[in-house]
Ligand binder design. Structure first.
Ligand SMILES: [Fe+2]
Ligand SMILES: [Fe+2]
Length: 164
């Protein structure tokens, strides 16, 4: 059933897995640098991307396809916060663009459920982009003070893990 949709859904799984890995990598490194807010944000968004994998995989299985669980790209070893945010914004923009196109392709092939799935993902990726862009703006506006404030938040918690 709908082999082209299965192909597109698997491409999306690959992109989402790459995002999960990249954002968890950023999460660890922000945590290591004492950046409370960004560390928590990357963890939360990584989990949302993991749930995207789940929704895509369920649709592939419903269409009697095989879920190819391989990330599209390797993790980039980026540890500078500004570079992390720049990469994250680009990833979200690329995903939103691809999912819009793939929604249209699924619609053109009379697969309206996959179309709706991709449209739902576009909404989430645009929201992720907006979140990263806000942090990008804060970092540009306040510079080192923005990073220092996050470390102070960590100190207030007396070294509790970022997730608590
Ligand atoms: Fe996603
Ligand atoms: Fe996203």
């Amino acid at each position: 059933m709908h082999p082209h949709s299965v192909e597109l859904l698997n491409k999306a799984v690959a992109d989402e897995l790459a995002a999960v890995h990249q954002y968890m990598f950023f999460h660890f490194h922000c945590d290591n640098q004492g950046l409370e807010l960004l560390s928590t944000l990357y963890r939360r968004i990584a989990i949302e991307e993991m749930m995207h994998v789940e929704r895509l995989a369920e649709r592939i299985l419903f269409l009697k396809g095989k879920v190819l669980m391989a990330p599209a790209v390797e993790v980039e070893q980026i540890t500078d916060v500004k570079d992390m945010l720049a990469m994250s914004m680009k990833m979200e923009q690329d995903s939103a663009r691809d999912y819009n196109l793939w929604a249209n392709e699924c619609g053109a092939n009379a697969d309206s459920v996959s179309k709706k799935l991709f449209e739902g993902l576009v909404e989430d990726e645009e929201r992720h982009f907006n979140t990263f862009e806000q942090e990008w703006d804060n970092l540009n506006r306040y510079g080192d003070r923005y990073l220092a404030l996050q470390s102070i938040e960590r100190s207030k918690k007396g070294g509790m893990p970022a997730t608590q």
